[in-house]
Each structure stands twice: as structure tokens, then as C-alpha cells.
Design a protein around this ligand. Structure first.
Ligand code: GSH
Length: 213
């Protein structure tokens, strides 16, 4: 099993955490990323299995799966000993909705913060209005999370792919100016998820890569 991934890609991180939770150790094929050059170079072998040129891709003999959500669902079905999704259809739908919301924030709003904050550390040319609008959007997301997590230990039943996606979204967002504030349910959940060994290991490697990017 080979995972095409990027250390600083939150979508790749979703899959790395799921693999680690399930005790799976793939070969890692890294697509490099830097502030100066962004993504690349992308090897032909990667482009052959990634139609949009995006990480992550999980490649196995005769099968290449793209998209973090689809990969994690595959992993959950193929390696069900350590479940990362609920069994009940209604709870699965709730799990997918939270994961989708976190992914939407990663794709839309985190991208804005990466472009305007991470890529412009000296603030030159920063679109402050776009940053303010994004922080406002995050506030709404955090409020929704707080409502859910002040009444539930995890987003859908036990710890799941939804918690992984939301934790990653918040972790990257917090490094770019988003704050959890006084939301106590969210704070407790954030600590609960952060304490998991698979999550700790991922955090350590992302922090190291962010320092070097
Ligand atoms: N929906 C996809 C999104 C994947 C994605 O956006 N990957 C980004 C990195 S986080 C990428 O590979 N970008 C490469 C590029 O823009 O050239 C997923 O969940 O896997």
C-alpha cells in the first residue's frame, strides 16, 4: 500500500491519521511543497493515478483511490477491526455531514488563510478584508461545533473520521489566527482528540514541516 501525500496537506493528514489509528503503515511517496515553489515537482507516476494532480492518493496493486473522504471510507470498510465510522445508517450520515463541513472549511476558508496569512507573513499585500470575512466564517463553524460538542463527546458516536477532519481543520486554522476562545465543549474535545497517539504523531510531523516550509 502506497500513500501519495504532502506533509502539509490537511487532506493527506486525514488519511495518515486514519491509517495510523488502524495500525497500517503504508509506503509514503511525498509530493514536496514549499512557500516558494508551492506543489511540485509532481512525478509522472503520481499524475498517472491522480487525475487532478492532488494528494492524497492511496495506491495498491490494481487500485488507486483519490480523495481523502473516499480513501478513509475504503479503509474503514477494508480494515474494520478499528472502526472510524458509526454502523447505524443515520449516524453514518451525521458523521459524513460533519466531515463534509470540516472539508468545506479546509478547502474554502483555510485556503484563504494560507494564501493571505501563511504566504504573506510580513503582511505585505495581505487582503485584510478577506481574512476578516474568513475569521467570521470560522466563528460560525466553531459555534456549530461547540453546540454539538457541549452535548456529545465526539461529533458522531465514538471518535470517527469526522473528528479527524474537524480536528485537522481547527489545528491548521489555529496556526493562522482562528481561536477556539471560551467554547468549553470544543476545548475539551480538542484536548481529547489531541491526546490520541496517532494524532500526536501527525501533529509533530506537521509542526516540523511547517517550520521548514
Ligand atoms: N477533495 C480532495 C482535496 C485534495 C486537495 O485539495 N489536495 C491539495 C493539497 S491539500 C493538493 O493536492 N493540491 C495540489 C495542487 O493544488 O497542485 C480530498 O479530500 O482529498
Amino acid at each position: 500500500m502506497k500513500l501519495w501525500s504532502g506533509t502539509l496537506s490537511p487532506f493527506s493528514a486525514k488519511v495518515r491519521i486514519a491509517l495510523a489509528e488502524k495500525g497500517l503503515v503504508p509506503e509514503i511517496a511525498e509530493i514536496p511543497w514549499s512557500r516558494a515553489n508551492l506543489w511540485g515537482p509532481k512525478p509522472a507516476a503520481f499524475l498517472a493515478v491522480s487525475p487532478r494532480g492532488e494528494v492524497p492518493v492511496l495506491e495498491m496493486p490494481g487500485l488507486a483511490i483519490v480523495d481523502s473522504t473516499i480513501i478513509n471510507e475504503y479503509l474503514d470498510e477494508a480494515y474494520s477491526q478499528v472502526p472510524l465510522m458509526p454502523k447505524d445508517p443515520a449516524e453514518r450520515a451525521v458523521c459524513r455531514m460533519w466531515e463534509d463541513m470540516a472539508d468545506f472549511f479546509m478547502a474554502e476558508h483555510l485556503t484563504t488563510l494560507i494564501r493571505e496569512v501563511f504566504m504573506k507573513p510580513d503582511k505585505v499585500g495581505r487582503d485584510e478584508a478577506a481574512v476578516a470575512a474568513t475569521l467570521g466564517a470560522f466563528d460560525g463553524f466553531l459555534n456549530a461545533l461547540e453546540k454539538r460538542l457541549s452535548a456529545n463527546e465526539y461529533l458522531s458516536g465514538d471518535y470517527s473520521v469526522a473528528d479527524i477532519a474537524a480536528w485537522l481543520c481547527l489545528t491548521f486554522a489555529q496556526s493562522l489566527g482562528v481561536t477556539i476562545g471560551e467554547r468549553q465543549g470544543l476545548q475539551a474535545w480538542y484536548v481529547r482528540v489531541s491526546e490520541r497517539p496517532a494524532v500526536q504523531a501527525e501533529l509533530a510531523s506537521v509542526m516540523a514541516a511547517a517550520g521548514a516550509a
